[in-house]
Design a protein around this ligand. Structure first.
Ligand SMILES: O=c1ccn([C@@H]2O[C@H](COP(=O)(O)O)[C@@H](O)[C@H]2O)c(=O)[nH]1
Length: 256
């Protein structure tokens, strides 16, 4: 049986935010329920495992699991909070004398290699525009609106009849972008805020009110929210649809 492990559940700045003294950030610094590293998940299973994304907390996330090597990483988009750990991964590949396997859509690969051109010396890079199979999962990615910050990709994964989507960075999806979100056993969706009051045109990720509307439309059996900022207090009483839970650092779920 495959397991999904949430190694990072935070937004681009993580929780606590360096500059912030709000109650959630202070709690994150002390008891730590709200301490959130940048969003990253691991899929583990008998046919092999892989990570989705490799943000700047990758090193700490590997250490937290006692992992010494990541062989395969699938990337959603080329923003710092999702690729900032790639140079450290490349260094690990170099010093272990092992090649990593990096997977992403071609336009994402192009941006990554422009920023970190030496990566290609330490890993094989594969474009996934026509789909890919990893750990026995049939995976199809599609481009999704990331609002003010451009675009990201979401991934739909299917194995033994279990269907789920990882969509960490999106907002205001149109009908075409929503289509692969139907008939899901699980939707992992990024929701940076409970209710984000910033002007819509300056925003880049769903908030939880908008996510509830999306869920009512696409009706996954279950949903987990991730990519959460310091607006989200895991000790608080956040109104959520009955089939939704909030991801916690280290949380594990069976994918079956
Ligand atoms: O072209 C870009 C634009 C933004 N970034 C970084 O991505 C995140 C965006 O945060 P979200 O809340 O997920 O929208 C932030 O760290 C920006 O600095 C980038 O790397 N490239």
């Amino acid at each position: 049986m495959d397991t999904l492990v949430f190694l990072g559940t935070g937004d681009a700045m993580g929780v606590p935010r360096v500059y912030c003294d709000c109650d959630v950030c202070m709690e994150a610094r002390t008891t730590g329920t709200n301490r959130r590293l940048r969003s990253l998940v691991m899929i583990e299973g008998p046919e092999g495992g892989f990570l989705i994304d490799c943000g700047p907390d990758w090193r700490a996330q590997m250490e937290s699991q006692g992992l010494r090597f990541a062989e395969k990483i699938l990337v959603t988009h080329a923003h710092f909070d999702h690729i900032g750990g790639l140079p450290e991964w490349a260094d690990a590949c170099r010093w272990l004398g092992r090649k990593g396997e990096l997977y992403a859509p071609q336009e994402v690969i192009d941006t990554i290699l422009k920023q970190f051109p030496w990566l290609a010396r330490h890993m094989n890079v594969t474009a996934v525009d026509h789909g890919i199979e990893l750990g026995g999962w049939k995976i199809k990615g599609w481009k999704v609106c990331h609002g003010y910050n451009g675009f990201s990709y979401a991934y739909r994964l299917e194995k033994n009849g279990f269907r789920w989507v990882y969509c960490s960075d999106s907002i205001g999806l149109n009908e075409k972008e929503k289509k692969p979100l139907h008939d899901l056993d699980l939707l992992v969706l990024g929701t940076s805020f409970v209710h984000e009051t910033a002007p819509y045109e300056s925003r880049s990720v769903y908030d939880m009110r908008e996510a509830a509307e999306l869920l009512a439309e696409v009706r996954p059996k279950r949903a987990v929210y991730t990519h959460m900022s310091h607006d989200v207090d895991l000790n608080g009483d956040i109104p959520l649809p009955s089939n939704v839970e909030l991801a916690r650092t280290g949380m594990k779920m069976e994918l079956a």
